[in-house]
Design a protein around this ligand. Structure first.
Ligand code: B12
Length: 137
């Protein structure tokens, strides 16, 4: 499956992005890596251009809290992306927060999978489970 990945907003933390790229490839995904400092709309444009089925977004400095609000507007604009799987992970708030509050907030933004301070392999396992469940339907 094709995945577009990158780090959202004005966020220069690159290490996780490199690991995500390698881990996705090792699991057999075809990866389009937009790298750091990527605006939300660029992820959607790349999904259209590549025909990706998954957007896997990182936020390490917590800025996604602000950008996330735009997801619904962009989903409405990019109507062909109805089946796109939207996943986000890293540090999903600026400062401290707990997953019980953060996960529902991002789900309400329109993300299918939300991994606040979840380690990468656990997160990718949950992505693969999500894909399997969806394929069974
Ligand atoms: C190295 C570092 C920097 C370097 C970055 C160098 C580079 N180009 O990458 C420098 C010094 C430049 C830097 C700058 C800043 N940083 Co900094 N930085 C770090 C640090 C110490 C390590 C990050 C790292 O590489 N970790 C190693 C990787 C492998 O781990 P990771 O990033 O956590 O990713 C793991 C998981 O999050 C997960 N993951 C990530 N994405 C996703 C996505 C999905 C879907 C899934 C499932 C999992 C997943 O996978 C990884 C492996 O498990 C962290 C603190 C820390 N100990 O984590 C702070 C930290 C991320 N930085 C922080 C901050 C605030 C900043 C600055 C704003 C500081 C400032 N005032 O200028 C700037 C940001 C500038 C910007 N525009 O983004 C904060 C963010 C806090 C927040 N969210 O509230 C942190 C957490 C430090 C802290 N405790 O305050 N930083």
């Amino acid at each position: 499956m094709k995945v577009v990945t990158g780090v959202v907003g004005n966020d220069i933390h690159v290490v996780a992005n490199r690991l995500i790229d390698l881990s996705l490839r090792a699991r057999g995904f075809e990866v389009f890596n937009l790298g750091v400092n990527t605006y939300l709309e660029e992820f959607f444009d790349a999904a259209v251009e590549t025909g990706a089925e998954i957007l896997l977004i990182s936020s390490l400095n917590g800025e996604a809290e602000g950008w996330g609000r735009e997801v619904k507007l962009l989903k409405a604009k990019y109507k062909d992306l109805d089946n796109l799987i939207m996943m986000i992970g890293g540090n999903l708030v600026v400062g401290h927060g707990n997953a019980e509050d953060i996960v529902p907030k991002y789900k309400n933004y329109g993300f299918d999978l939300v991994c606040h301070q979840v380690d990468l392999n656990t997160g990718l396992d949950s992505l693969e489970e999500f894909i399997q469940k969806r394929n069974r339907k």
